[in-house]
Design a binder for this molecule. Structure first.
Ligand code: BGP
Length: 470
């Protein structure tokens, strides 16, 4: 089996890391506007007041808000078939609970989608990528509160109605499973823990509300635009047993449960034995309302999107740990490590595709992948990013193997940050993923000018050959 003829080659971004214009067009603040980045697993320092003159990475992003035409022209030049981006919820509902949406915000995304469609690029839109409106955190406690389901549903209905016919591919919550995997689910759920709080109860309750909200979004999307496809979005942490000791197999299975916890509900429409076992093992409790089971059952997803950057190991004797996007794990002695401590493992991507497809048998979408690296600008302005080409080529080969040899059904591939953007994990600019360089440093200095890296021309060739020419 070959890659689909209509395979969705593209790239992926998120509004809070990319868009900027944080106070323009009637936009309200989101959770990412009030901190300065930092380790994802520790509580974020939330600034009640934004100090003028201080640098907040998310405020400007890389200014897609004003440069979208130039940026989209560059993506089109590479031959993009799709472009994954998120809608900033607080651009549409500045406080999250406003009675009416903000027309200027809606118009901005109309302009962006029209520009993409002009070049035949399909928008792939994440409804919530680490950008819960801040007012919902302050006034309602964010996803601790069941009222969030209603606010999210209103927002989704508005954008489904508005962009019907323009947006064919949707995703609900970015990397939702990190709620259980991360110490502190600030980015995913807008929650910083309070002293003495029962953390697992809060996590399970927030997860439940978000899964109900996601299922309602799926059902609404199908009703409003039967042509559209809507998926969930998981971080997929391929996990190997550290040794062949049987206990390591059990630990590996247990570690994966926090991902399948969500996958099972999204695809099968119910809490499965894996979910119940996870709840029991963690001693967590949450409440469900009558009707929730029906909502989950009627809102199952069309496809599974997932991010994959690296793998990890589990085992009773693991003592050395490695970084990773949002979830850390045991270090694998057989793998190389990036400058940020993430381990490179293309075979882990093939495993991810096989494991997900074996378990769920619905189409898959690689929504994120890539190497965060420091780029060197040469005297003549060129950027020779062979390390990035090497990383991506090996991962593309791995997913081609999954399709061609293992017969996995894969819809598309959108590597992370095709244009350099702000890091979600650290707030840095120097950690770059792009084919397109952005002149900006960690303190926010720079012209924001865009330039093509070596990988730009390479990826263009990859897309033109539908993955044959790596
Ligand atoms: C994922 C997030 C993205 C993103 C990416 C890379 O977990 O969905 O928002 O930024 O990881 O991580 P970082 O920016 O920390 O390098």
């Amino acid at each position: 089996m070959k890659l689909r003829k209509d395979f969705l080659w593209g790239g992926a971004t998120a509004a809070n890391q990319f868009e900027g214009g944080y106070l323009e067009g009637g936009r309200g603040l989101s959770i990412n506007d009030v901190h300065k980045g930092g380790n994802v697993s520790t509580p974020r320092v939330i600034h009640e007041t934004i100090h003028e003159g201080d640098y907040y990475p998310s405020h400007e992003g890389v200014d897609f808000y004003h440069r979208y035409k130039e940026d989209i022209a560059l993506l089109a030049e590479m031959g993009f078939k799709c472009f994954r981006m998120s809608i900033a919820w607080s651009r549409i509902f500045p406080n999250g609970d406003n009675p009416e949406p903000n027309e200027e915000g809606l118009q901005f995304y109309d302009n962006v989608f029209d520009e993409l469609l002009k070049y035949g690029i399909e928008p792939v839109v994440t409804l919530s990528h680490y950008e819960t409106p801040l007012a919902l955190v302050k006034n309602y406690g964010s996803w601790r509160n069941r009222k969030m389901i209603q606010f999210f549903q209103n927002y989704c209905r508005v954008v489904f109605e508005r962009y019907k016919g323009k947006v064919k591919y949707w995703m609900t919550f970015n990397e939702i499973n990190c709620i259980l995997g991360n110490e502190n689910p600030y980015l995913q759920a807008g929650i910083n823990f309070k002293e003495g709080e029962n953390r697992i109860d809060v996590k399970l309750q927030a997860s439940h509300y978000m899964m109900v909200a996601s299922a309602l979004a799926v059902a609404d999307c199908h009703r409003i635009d039967p042509e559209a496809k809507i998926g969930c979005m998981l971080l997929y942490p391929t996990t190997y047993p550290a040794t062949c000791a049987p206990i390591d197999q059990v630990m590996t299975r247990d570690a994966m449960a926090m991902t399948y916890y969500f996958g099972d509900v999204f695809v099968r429409g119910r809490y499965t034995n894996t979910c119940t076992a996870y709840q029991e093992k963690t001693g967590g409790h949450f409440t469900m309302e009558p009707g929730d089971e029906k909502i989950l059952k009627e809102g199952t997803v069309d496809y599974i999107a997932f991010s994959y950057y690296s793998s990890k190991i589990e085992g009773a004797r693991v003592t050395e740990f490695t970084g990773g996007n949002m979830m850390r794990g045991g270090k694998n002695p057989y793998l190389e490590t990036s400058d940020w401590g993430w381990q490179t493992d293309p075979i882990g991507l093939r495993m991810a595709l096989n494991q997900l497809y074996d378990r769920y048998q619905i189409p898959l979408f690689i929504a994120e992948n890539g190497l965060g690296a420091v780029d060197q600008v040469e005297a003549d302005g060129s950027i020779i990013d062979d390390y990035r080409i090497d990383y991506l080529a090996r991962h593309i080969q791995a997913f081609k193997d999954a399709v061609e040899k293992d017969h996995v059904d894969l819809m598309g591939y959108t590597p992370w940050g095709p244009i350099d953007i702000v890091s979600a994990g650290t707030g840095e600019m120097k950690k770059r993923y792009g084919f397109i360089y952005v002149d900006k440093d960690d303190e926010g200095n720079g012209t924001l000018n865009r330039s093509r890296k070596k990988s730009f021309y390479w990826y263009k060739k990859v897309i033109a050959s539908n993955g044959d020419d790596l």
